[in-house]
Design a protein around this ligand. Sequence first.
Ligand code: SAM
Length: 285
Amino acid sequence: MSLWFVESASSGHKLEWKIRREVYSTQSAFQHIRVVETEQFGMALILDGIMQTTMGDEFIYHEMLAFVPLLSHPAPKRVLIIGGGDGGLSREVLKVPGVEHVVMVEIDPIVVDVAKRYFPHHTESLNDSRLHIVFEDGAAFLKSQAHTPEKFDVILVDSTDPEGDGPGQFLYTSAFHADVKNALNPGGIYVQHTGAPFYNPEVLGMVTEDVGKKFPLCQTYWATVPTYPGGIFTFTAGSLGPDLSQPIRTLPCETQWYTPDIHRLAFALPPYLKNLIRTEIKATR
Ligand code: SAM
């Protein structure tokens, strides 16, 4: 009898992955952690029953979350990653010329251990001397940052979704956005994923409304990630200066998804998305 992993995108839509092999599962202090080998996308990490990353398409999400902000910033030396325990995002961030210091604040050390064991491609840069891993809640880390001179040029939030009572909820609040802004250097950029607009438009609305009030520039871009519900996945940025829609630097290495054209096109929002953002912003008021 075939084994399938089923994730409900909504009460009316489910995604199913055929499982070739059940690899690992445990309950950590923060969440349920499961690793399966899927037939279509290879090894996959599932947290609290939600698909997080797969070998088959992780490069789309990680390249778009890393390169769009980092290649829009004139000289990003210091980067903060909140979440990102699977290692895929820091792998891409460390490819960008001029990046000198990366801090990854991950709440769950077991996720990093599991990623090292079962996702070697994701974690190939976790021993880079420029990378410093801190095991702490990202919201608490940023609060403590307010009392230090340590600031960042780019802050990337690669967390679990805000839905439910998981640890990701603390990273989708107005207080968190204020702390992010305080932790940025002048001309700094912050990006957070705002999920699947066909299923959770309220997340996009809330973040765009709040970031739009706090930052001089708030921009949303999108990419298609096959293993995320509905395929279309959004990222929302707050900028203290740079316009993220125009790449100003290039990458000296091969990519699988990101190109300067893909970068520019990602900011061409279909009318459906523009209207959705407007409607959701109104709904949050
Ligand atoms: N790309 C995935 C997505 O978009 O759904 C995210 C993958 S990454 C594995 C998510 C990480 O965020 C997890 O390792 C989780 O432990 C971490 N995380 C969730 N809430 C956090 C918090 N408040 N502070 C720090 N890390 C957190």
